[in-house]
Design a protein around this ligand. Structure first.
Ligand code: ZN
Length: 280
């Protein structure tokens, strides 16, 4: 198949001449349309941060999953020169709705949002959509959205439909991140409001350290069914985790490990036919 413009860009390449070196410069929000058009002549890849706005235990920030996904995305963008879109800060968090402050999209809503965002990007010629995700509850719906988007791109006859690929990269399940979390926290990493994700927020937003305090043993992770069942089984919102173990220094380390792993994965994604792999 002919491939007139390569989807690939070498890792670390300067995609936007004269503007390399700061996270600001790879933000789509700060580019003009002619700049994006020029970028597309060099690179068909783009990073979409995907988060969630949901409770993270009694001491964690509601925005944890969006803050972390965006921070990792911007760092990956800075390292690779690939554009980063605004974060999609709302995800599928129906099971957290028993806790104040949680804002959720139903699975069908999130599917429609991601589908529409992918189609918008594909229309301009983006062919490698790299979604950096901060929330496990988004995974099934994001995958369904990708499948739906491929079908729609083909049905609409978009020029790049056959080359369109989306990949979901969950920063928190990158092997190096999980290894570090296991070494630092052992079983107390848990499954929700984990010290690893809280550590990253402490690195990003030092004011959050004021919320940190020792907490009683959390209920262990297990099956849940809906928001009421979640709150009954996990009264303070944590699942087996001890976020008091987190520190900003740990967070800086997690950001480095996640950005390194996902930058490698993104470089492979841009250079491949996109049909396999993934950091998740
Ligand atoms: Zn989270």
């Amino acid at each position: 198949m002919s491939h007139p413009i390569p989807a690939t860009v070498p890792p670390g390449a300067t995609v936007l001449p004269g503007h390399a070196g700061s996270a600001k410069d790879i933000r789509l929000q700060l580019r003009s349309w002619p700049e994006v058009e020029a970028y597309l002549a060099r690179c068909r890849g783009v990073i979409v941060p995907l988060g969630s706005t949901e409770q993270h235990g009694p001491t964690g920030a509601i925005g944890t999953d969006a803050l972390t996904a965006e921070a990792v995305a911007l760092e990956v963008g800075r390292r690779t020169g690939v554009l980063v879109t605004p974060a999609q800060a709302f995800g599928m968090a129906e099971h957290h709705l028993g806790f104040a402050g949680t804002m959720s999209l139903q699975p069908t809503t999130l599917l429609a949002v991601l589908h529409d965002l992918v189609l918008s990007l594909a229309r301009h010629g983006f062919e490698r959509i790299y979604v950096i995700n901060g929330h496990g509850g988004n995974i099934a719906t994001a995958r369904a959205a990708f499948a739906q988007a491929y079908g729609t791109a083909a049905a609409r006859g978009l020029a790049g439909a056959e080359r369109l690929r989306c990949r979901l990269a969950n920063w928190f399940t990158a092997a190096a991140v999980m290894r570090e979390a296991r070494e630092l926290y052992g079983d107390r990493e848990g499954h929700h409001a984990t010290p690893s994700e809280i550590a990253l927020t402490l690195h990003l937003e030092p004011s959050l350290a004021a919320k940190q305090r020792p907490l009683p043993e959390a209920a262990p992770a297990g099956p849940i069914h809906g928001p009421e069942d979640f709150r009954r089984r996990h009264p303070d919102g944590r699942m087996g985790s001890d976020p008091y173990l987190a520190s900003a220094d740990h967070g800086a380390r997690f950001l480095e490990l996640a950005a390194a792993a996902l930058s490698d994965d993104l470089a492979e994604f841009l250079g491949s036919d996109g049909s396999e792999g993934g950091a998740d």
